[in-house]
Design a protein around this ligand. Structure first.
Ligand SMILES: Nc1ncnc2c1ncn2[C@@H]1O[C@H](COP(=O)(O)OP(=O)(O)OP(=O)(O)O)[C@@H](O)[C@H]1O
Ligand SMILES: O=P(O)(O)OC[C@H]1O[C@](O)(CO)[C@@H](O)[C@@H]1O
Ligand SMILES: [Mg+2]
Length: 362
């Protein structure tokens, strides 16, 4: 079998593990050939490719990024895009294409499948927001990077008695913020799932500092939003693909908190550091499993399917079922954010008696 592979959307630690896993499975186990297209669909449309073999993939497992390069270009944005994809299939004698990407890339794959192409999807994103898979590779690496940063920020925040706002990625959902907030012991975590009230955030900070605490770490997802009418945010700029360029809520928050509370506040935006560098072991393993499973799906003719992690097992789900709705943070985890935040008078926590709440009041 001849299999095309490409990586699309933002890069992500673990992409090279997918490529290596797919190539090793194809070449060594299933006597198949893998054609790698550079920079996602741009490479398919421009015939920019390389043949991938076990030798080419030696040493790439611990490498961040993707050896194939990536882009947000896709065939439906071009009048002759589909024609060019068809030409690539014929020219390379392809039997399948494995597309590795985020929710946007999966939507493109679903449409290509509808157009008759033999497609298999592999979900990727540090944001961990793709439905029907419990985890995407890259996420654990991003969480570890954020947690390490928060650990460091604790000591400087405490020395200076400051509020430190840490802005992390998470365009539509707060998986990275929630996990790293819990792991790093943040006092307050703000996520897109639950618009925040700046007045209440400041009240919690003041209350905490009044009771002898000397520093506060706040983790905020880049896509977190204030409750309507509570705080002005500037309109974000757009990139050339129509995505909002996020990043900035951290500095706005730090300014607002300092202005309202009088407590010195600073901000650190972790930005693309979260996406760079070597994947942690979990992401290498998940990437490898996904790469192998994608080749096996192609060999089985499981077109239009996406490989996914469910209850520790690799399964296949229709790509069309995985797109359209993002995977939000579990209510169980969001509850921890609320439980661990500095308390203010009037807080209620379902299931916890009021006298106990008073005893553990932060
Ligand atoms: N339903 C769709 N049909 C056609 N194109 C789409 C669709 N949804 C998204 N796209 C486009 O697909 C491309 C890839 O999507 P996007 O840039 O969001 O990356 P992604 O794969 O979701 O990765 P990331 O996690 O980095 O966002 C973009 O150009 C986007 O505009
Ligand atoms: O690299 P770009 O295009 O700035 O995209 C940034 C976006 O990509 C993501 O990292 C997802 O891949 C989001 O968390 C973030 O908002
Ligand atoms: Mg996307």
């Amino acid at each position: 079998m001849r299999i095309g592979i490409l990586t699309g959307g933002g890069d992500c630690p673990g992409l090279n593990a997918v490529i290596r896993g797919a190539v090793r499975a194809a070449e060594v186990t299933y006597d198949s050939t893998v054609v790698g297209f550079r920079n996602a669909w741009r490479g398919v449309m421009d015939n920019d490719f390389e043949l991938l073999d076990v030798d080419r993939c030696r040493g790439i497992l611990p490498l961040g990024g993707t050896i194939l390069g990536t882009s947000r270009d896709q065939p439906f944005a071009f009048e002759d895009g589909l024609k060019k994809v068809r030409k690539a299939y014929d020219r390379h004698g392809l039997d399948a294409i494995i597309g590795v990407g985020g929710e946007g890339s999966m939507s493109v794959l679903a449409r290509l499948h509808e157009n008759g192409f033999p497609i298999v999807g592999v979900p990727k994103t540090i944001d961990n927001d793709i439905s029907l898979t419990e985890m995407t590779f890259g996420f654990q690496t991003a969480v570890q990077i954020c947690t390490d940063a928060i650990d460091r920020l604790h000591t400087t925040a405490e020395s200076h008695h400051r509020v430190l706002v840490v802005e992390v990625m998470g365009r539509h959902v707060g998986h990275i913020a929630t996990w790293s907030g819990i792991a790093g012991g943040a006092a307050i975590t703000l996520v897109p799932e639950e618009p925040f009230d700046i007045g209440e955030v400041c009240e919690r900070i003041v209350h905490r500092h009044r009771k002898g605490r000397f520093a506060t770490i706040i983790v905020v997802a880049e896509g977190a939003l204030p409750q309507p009418g509570t705080m002005e945010l500037p309109e974000p700029e757009m990139d050339k693909y129509g995505h909002q360029i996020l990043g900035g809520i951290g500095s706005i928050l730090a300014r607002e908190i300092q202005g309202r509370t009088g407590i010195e506040s600073r901000m650190t935006a972790l930005g693309h550091i979260q996406r760079g560098g070597s994947p942690v072991a979990f992401d290498r393993v998940l990437g490898t499993r996904f790469g192998v499973a994608a080749v096996e799906a192609a060999l089985d003719g499981a077109w239009g399917q996406m490989v996914a992690l469910q209850q520790g097992h690799i399964v296949r789900v229709p790509i069309s079922d995985a797109v359209g709705q993002l995977k939000m943070v579990d209510a169980d985890l969001l509850r921890l954010n609320t439980m661990f935040q500095p308390r203010i008078p009037g807080d209620e926590y379902p299931g916890i008696p009021a006298d106990r709440l008073e005893r553990v009041e932060d």
